[in-house]
Design a protein around this ligand. Sequence first.
Ligand SMILES: Cc1ncc(COP(=O)(O)O)c(C=O)c1O
Length: 490
Amino acid sequence: MKEVILDGKLMTTKAKLHKEMKNKLDLPEYYGNNLDALWDMLTGYVEMPLKIIIINFNVCKKALGDYAEDLLFVFEQVEKELDDFILIVKNELKDDKTRSQDFCDIFYTDRIDTNSVKWDNLKETFGNEDLIPMWVADMDFESPEAVRIALKERINHNVYGYSIVPESYYKAFINWEEIHHSYKIKKEWIRLASGVVPAIYWFINAFTRPNDSIIILLPVYYPFQNAIKNTNRNLVTCELINDNGYYKIDFDEFERSIVENKVKMFIQSSPHNPVGRVWSMEEQDKILKICKDNGVLVISDEIHQDIILNGHKHIPAATVKDGYYADNIITITSASKTFNLAALNTANMIIESPEIRQEYDDYIKTISTSSVNLMGIIATQAAYNYGEEWLSDLLLVLEDNYKLVKESFNEFLPKIVVSPLEGTYLVWIDLREYVDRENIKEFIEDKCGIGVDYGEWFSPLYKGFIRLNIATRTTLVRYAVQNIIDNINK
Ligand SMILES: Cc1ncc(COP(=O)(O)O)c(C=O)c1O
């Protein structure tokens, strides 16, 4: 009899269940929080036989909410029915603070000399390799363990020939979107790209012509502007309203600019990098209506969809008003920000409208695109299937780090405006009350020793602002904040 210890956390349990069973039984794969499927799987599994389950109830509770009680009940029934089955329920209740600290201890990793853009490209970008890098949007945390397991399995095979995208990949992505964002996606709507930015270039080329106008809301992720300019389209910008650090859309100005410039396309960041907004239902309804009424195709970049903090909820644009605008929207998303997989070059595009899909498919035939990244597919699938718990701990770290930034500045330099962080791990900070905007670079780099994205990279109006990437261990965030405070107070 083989003894199996399914240790600890729910997602790890699922990963191990999969791994253990894969070669032994042809059981249905368990996706999501579906207890019936879990029950089927377990009853199939216990026959082979299963000996011990160690389950961390509190972790399950976080992941499954009320269903956690049912899950425990299921395991208890199994235990009653089977003599040699041992159920161990671990109830070590970790508070959020401990979980957040544990996450940093376990997953923070030194990235120096790993060809990391963030850590190893400081000299090229800032002319100084000794900065603490808090700029480009990736994290200093290892990806979920399931990603390593899945990639290792593939590496052991050691053949990297042309690959197809398996059904299980689509299943994992569709399942993730439904569970996390209540977005029910059909497989035939999905197309793949090697990144969100390449996908934006494709859509610009497929759906607009040179000199056509494309609108964006500023300040925004600067590759949007580059994509529009590099493809010889006419860049139309509409500035967000800065209400003491909280950013709102100027709907009248947005519509006026669209009409005046005969705009064909709107590219949005939702959630919005760099101002940290998670657009509400009302805001999205208004902006999508303006686009629909004026024949403007919406490209909704939702790469930050899973980094949602402080009680906010991401609403995919295509689900607004029960999908009323979906035929006028192309959504692009990726597991890359969520699980730190950026260099694995995998993004998903969702095109609901059959006409737009056909037009896109016709366009894509005219350019040479490489096949999808084998490792990106494997990592994305593993992360979507088993990364949920890792993500929930990551979000605790980000909330802690944000709180540290906000509260420290509030206490010691109350005129610094730290924008509310509803989504993303990028904090938008207005330093103008304390730092001469013309000297911001010298102040941040030479005095404070950190590398950040500067406000003017996103819009010329934002000189004197910085975007601070807090997806790192709390001690580094503390270091950066303390250096800013000390140097302003000098
Ligand atoms: C809004 C937004 N879109 C796209 C990207 C990059 O996407 P990719 O690396 O898939 O091209 C980023 C990275 O920071 C981003 O913030």
